[in-house]
Write a protein that binds this ligand. Structure first.
Ligand SMILES: C[S@@+](CC[C@H](N)C(=O)[O-])C[C@H]1O[C@@H](n2cnc3c(N)ncnc32)[C@H](O)[C@@H]1O
Length: 348
């Protein structure tokens, strides 16, 4: 292990960080054989082995302490303490030797470690310069890691991935698409979904550990499997299903994070559609503008809220022709209904 990694070793007793976290001090379950193997191998023969660090409570505190940091609430810094969950996340994404993976917010690097040990090359985008420095020290010697100290929302993801995939071609000869695997803070989850889901030309899959804060505990489930006529049915549901095939995977209890948030989390996978698989609309921009207008006046009937596009009589006729009531409100239309409606009323 290189000297620069030594501060992350799991050798000392609990460091003197006192934090108001409600972490209950439970130990992670013992490593099984497969995980033990992953911790000591790096996959590619031409790269050095990754650190065999176990990213539990003590190691996380120790890493933070080494940089004099305490978790910042404003950046959603709730660190994962359970390597089993990282392994499950990586398993959901089917990360294989040679994959290029975008990780948003590596933090102390617990998920990064699992990704690298699975054979991936990780491009990490971390807004906090101290955490970016920490993971850079921890992983640059693996030759399978690059970190950008940037805000993901402002980051030119496509350009970075394209230049990375180009530059890693010698090592990774096939042309598989990249993946996104990340434990992201709640405050950027909608922005991240909007940014990444339309990138089906470069990413095959986006697997996110999301905090489920919006309404009640099953928010993540409702994001991917919305029911018509419910308050949770919103334009984001239509957006998600337009660009991907989403799947709710499993819930993650809040006790797995440090500091412990006041909500649980959930793993959601979005299999990205190819641009040729998107619903057929003349313009996605005008389609989403129409959907947003319809939902902006959620209590209003569609024939009234879309009058800036055409007359209410024309909208009524269009609604009837697609088999829905002319008095429908937006939460009564499926994505396919909106697609058909858009294609009729923007033609007239
Ligand atoms: C929930 S923590 C996850 C940390 C780590 N991946 C883990 O699983 O323990 C979120 C991370 O995202 C970073 N972050 C917050 N806002 C960000 C943004 N806009 N762009 C990139 N990273 C961000 C935080 O600094 C933090 O490291």
């Amino acid at each position: 292990m290189s000297h620069s990694l030594s501060h992350l070793c799991y050798l000392q007793t609990l460091p003197p960080i006192s934090h108001k976290a409600t972490f209950n001090g439970r130990q992670n379950p013992p490593l099984n054989e497969r995980r033990r193997k992953l911790y000591v191998t790096c996959g590619r023969g031409n790269n050095r082995a990754s650190t065999p660090t176990k990213d539990d409570y003590h190691a996380t505190l120790k890493a933070l302490n080494s940089k004099g940091r305490i978790p910042r609430k404003s950046l959603g810094q709730n660190y994962m303490l359970n390597s089993d969950i990282n392994e499950q996340l990586v398993g959901v994404a089917g990360v294989e030797e040679g994959d290029v993976v975008l990780e948003i917010g590596p933090g102390t690097g617990s998920l990064t470690n699992t990704l690298i040990n699975s054979g991936a090359f990780v491009l990490a985008v971390e807004k906090d310069k101290h955490m970016a420095a920490l993971v850079s020290e921890r992983f640059s010697s693996t030759g399978k890691f690059k970190v950008l100290n940037e805000d993901i929302v402002k980051c030119h993801v496509r350009a970075h991935i394209s230049s990375l995939v180009g530059s890693t071609k010698e090592i990774y000869s096939d042309t598989r698409k990249s993946k996104v695997v990340a434990n992201i803070p709640f405050y950027i989850s909608t922005d991240v979904i909007k940014l990444l889901l339309p990138m089906g030309d470069i990413f095959s899959e986006v697997v996110l550990l999301l905090q489920i804060k919006l309404l009640q505990e099953e928010t993540a489930l409702r994001l991917v499997e919305p029911s018509l006529r419910t308050p949770e049915y919103r334009p984001i549901n239509i957006f998600v299903n337009y660009y991907s095939d989403p799947e709710y995977k499993f819930k993650v209890a809040r006790t797995n994070f440090f500091p412990e948030p006041n909500v649980d989390a959930a793993v959601v996978s979005f299999k990205l559609k190819q641009p040729s698989e998107y619903p057929q609309v003349s313009s996605s921009k005008s389609f989403f503008a129409m959907v947003n207008s319809a939902f902006n006046a959620k209590r209003k009937m569609i024939r009234k809220s879309l009058q800036h596009i055409c007359t209410s009589v024309e909208i009524e006729e269009a609604l009837e022709s697609i088999g829905v009531l002319s008095t429908s409100r937006p939460e009564e239309l499926t994505m396919n209904d909106f697609v058909k409606l858009h294609n009729i009323i923007t033609k007239e």
